[in-house]
Write a protein that binds this ligand. Sequence first.
Ligand SMILES: *Cc1c(COP(=O)(O)O)cnc(C)c1O
Length: 394
Amino acid sequence: MELAINGGTSVRSKMLPYGQQWLNDDDINEVIQVLRSDFLTQGPKIAEFEAVVANYVGAKYAVAFSNGTAALHAACFACGIEQGDEVITTPITFAASSNCALYMGAKPVFVDIDDQTYNINPDLIEAAVTPKTKAIVAVDFTGQPVNMDKIKQIADKYNLTIIQDSAHSLGATYKGQKVGSLADMTMFSFHPVKHITTGEGGMIVTDDADYAKKLKLFRSHGITREDIAEDKGPWYYEMTALGYNYRMTDIQAALGISQLKRLDEFVDRRKALIEMYNEEFQHLDVAITPFQLADTDSSWHLYILRLNLEKLSADRKQIFKALQAENIGVNIHYIPVYFHPYYQGLGYEKGLCPIAEKWYEEVITLPLFPKMTEDDVRDVIEAVKKVLSYYIFK
Ligand SMILES: *Cc1c(COP(=O)(O)O)cnc(C)c1O
């Protein structure tokens, strides 16, 4: 069959997005109830959402934020990251994972990825530690948890804080433990493409009371009514740190509470869909399917196909465009963070993480979201096979 990019008929008539939320009537009704209530923000739904997420992941405290990026910023504040400090992270992530260090005047230090899991390679972290290193932002890329045992060993040895960027991995487990119960602080994002949504939204979970207190302070301008030595009157409050307005609304929290009830169903659905992909793609010798460590159970935010470019007559860009022309909403996760002009301007140079850089040339993210139908998955499979077989060296 003629490829759509060459003038043939596309596999789908309408573009299939790579990710999308799934709201039902219950979700919508919960939001409407808040709209009819006394509080649109700073009301009771925030604490309720925090409690159900903390309970779900097995953490003592949870602090909701206006988005996941704000949550990461607050986590960096809570663990005392300052001007001149260094924060280790992976280049294969959304820029927010390292921007949060920059917000504090700290320097992101990029450590190359593991060629199989695509997560930060824990064996390379120790060499990147300096006396200035304060924290590791460990990203559970695609939903597969990082190798936390190894990362913890290094963190303990050098007294580093572990901030787990679990924007992709709500509902995942590591050695039988839920993500959210492993690191000093763990961030979740509730952007519509993530596992559950609040429109925009984020959260930090932690077992540390001091962190929780600082997170709340940072979320609301650095203002507190607690720990005030002298009774200066019922109106009195103090601003004790330079915080922000990073609050989530009750409207968002109500949606989050309702969505969380469906999280396990969403994750199961993602797993069923990726099984369909794996079954078809594991036999292709021009592509590599995602590798999973035996002791991790991914919650599958993303499904990434890695191309064996030596066996193909086209590069990733050409294959990407050909799939797009078939109306498959492919995507790329991610451009190595330090490739961005802003980071280049800070002095980061290409060649820093060679495994990640080569990997970046070879990967394509396929659509994956719980609302996808089996027919949608079959369309993606058909389009991938159609495009790859056209470009196989014969
Ligand atoms: C989505 C995402 C974030 C940021 O979350 P927002 O809620 O969009 O601010 C951070 N890190 C990773 C890896 C993400 O995918």
